[in-house]
Design a protein around this ligand. Structure first.
Ligand code: S3P
Length: 436
């Protein structure tokens, strides 16, 4: 469907976000591998996290799912250790979710049965060789299309051996797949990452009593152990906060507070960059919640200057780069994004979809192999665009529409439901078009 977004005079208010998608996937998968019942709250209803729930149900895991607060779910996970998984009688469908497919592959690698994993058109065209390679080295039998590079994947797992593995790219999904497989070996698994990536798997496994050590986020070691069930209260997703933080900074008359946001340092690269660009951002009420740091974040209209975003920081803000490019359009000077070739293998080729999407709205932005160059002072002035089925691009275009100078129509707007089903309600509320 198509959605029309008009820039409001003011953009003000509070937002309660859906629970963190990355933590949500892990809360179900890791507790499914434990023995005992874990209570998971603030579980987001996005399509991706529901894909993980459904795949685990198809693998025989029992869940009690109840409505939770703030349009979330409260889920009891009844894990029975690795014996609780049974051979699925049907194909496992990960939908649009790379995290579901890659992390569940790590789990299936250690299970002595046959399963097939597939996904939607986007996911079947995303690289899976990166997990097939290490999991095969560990002893799992995995095949996929085009020399084992693409789903559908068929997996026959079993007893695994530990490996010492150098990740070719700093991917949290690949790291997590290997760590999860590492729980079902008879020795120490070591992973070397070129730069740190989100560490939710490491934090949750540590909370579950698994011996796991991380040196600077670039050398991670895990010893095999059955995780202990832990309750997880999922914090708000900083990747869903990001559109509101950016909107608060670049709209000329804005003040927005996003509540209860996870601010794990492996996720807050976007805050560092926006502050470096001159953004007025405040973190209030900092606290710990279930092993993760949480805060309320306020942003308000600011004059931004261009910056360069490259090197190690890329792997801790990759999902937010389209929004940082948008921030660059209103800044003074150039914003240069480099070393971000991984954007090309996300739910869409996000270098292309960001450049095309923002250019169509009047921004001046160049595509490069590994990033983009944004020329500031060319504020989006409205027009039309498509999400290309990518939730982060739908949200990017909506924020460009709210902060630009004319109306913006967005095709395939329902893509937001992958990570943020209530996004359009929040757009209406913060624009002052609805009151509740
Ligand atoms: C995720 C890791 C990131 C991110 C994705 C979620 C995760 O991908 O882009 O949206 O939950 O582990 P990488 O595997 O490229 O780090």
């Amino acid at each position: 469907m198509t959605r029309l977004v008009s820039p409001p005079q003011t953009l003000r208010g509070d937002v309660s976000l859906p629970g963190d998608k990355s933590i949500a996937h892990r809360s179900l998968m890791l507790n499914a591998m434990a023995k005992g019942t874990a209570h998971v709250t603030n579980f987001p209803k996005g399509a991706d996290t529901l894909s993980t729930l459904r795949c685990l149900q198809t693998l025989g895991i029992q869940f009690d799912v109840q409505p939770g607060e703030n349009d979330s779910l409260a889920i009891d996970v009844h894990g029975e250790g690795m014996d609780g998984f049974t051979e699925p009688s049907d194909v496992l469908d990960a939908g649009n979710s790379g995290t579901t497919m890659r992390l569940i592959s790590g789990l299936l690698a250690g299970l002595p049965f046959y399963s097939v994993l597939t996904g939607d058109d986007s996911l079947r065209n995303r690289p899976m060789g990166r997990i097939v390679e290490p999991l095969s080295q560990m002893g799992a039998h995995i095949s996929g299309r085009q020399q084992n590079n693409y789903a559908p994947l068929s997996i026959f797992g079993g007893t695994l051996k530990p490996i010492d593995y150098v990740l070719p790219v700093a991917s949290a999904q690949v790291k997590s797949a290997v760590l999860i497989a590492g729980l079902n070996t008879n020795g120490r698994t070591t992973i070397h990452s070129p730069s740190p990536s989100r560490d939710h798997t490491e934090l949750m496994l540590a909370a579950m009593g698994v011996p796991i050590v991380s040196e600077y986020g670039t050398k991670i070691q895990v010893d095999p152990k059955e995780p202990r069930a832990v309750n997880v209260e999922i914090p708000g997703d900083i990747s869903s906060a990001a559109p509101w933080i950016v909107a608060g900074l670049i709209h000329p008359n804005a003040q927005i507070t996003v509540r209860n946001v996870g601010v794990n340092p492996t996720r807050t690269g976007i805050l560092d960059v926006l502050q470096r660009m001159g953004g007025t951002i405040e973190l209030l009420n900092k606290r710990m919640q279930g092993g993760e740091e949480v805060a309320d974040i306020t942003s308000q209209s600011s004059d931004l200057r261009g910056t360069e975003i490259a090197g190690d920081i890329i792997s801790i803000l990759a999902d937010e780069l389209p929004l940082l490019a948008l921030a660059g359009t209103v800044a003074t000077g150039k914003t240069i994004i480099r070393d971000a070739q991984e954007l090309r293998v996300k739910e869409s080729d996000r270098i292309k979809t960001t450049v095309t999407g923002l250019s169509n709205l009047g921004a001046k932005i160049e595509e490069h192999d590994d990033g983009m160059v944004v020329y500031g002072g060319h504020v989006p002035k409205g027009g039309s665009g498509t999400s290309s089925g990518d939730h982060r691009i739908a949200i990017l275009l909506a924020i460009a529409g709210l902060t630009g100078s004319g109306d913006t129509s967005i095709d395939d707007e329902e893509a937001v439901s992958i990570s943020y089903p209530s996004f359009w309600d929040d757009v209406d509320r913060l624009s002052g078009r609805t009151t509740n």
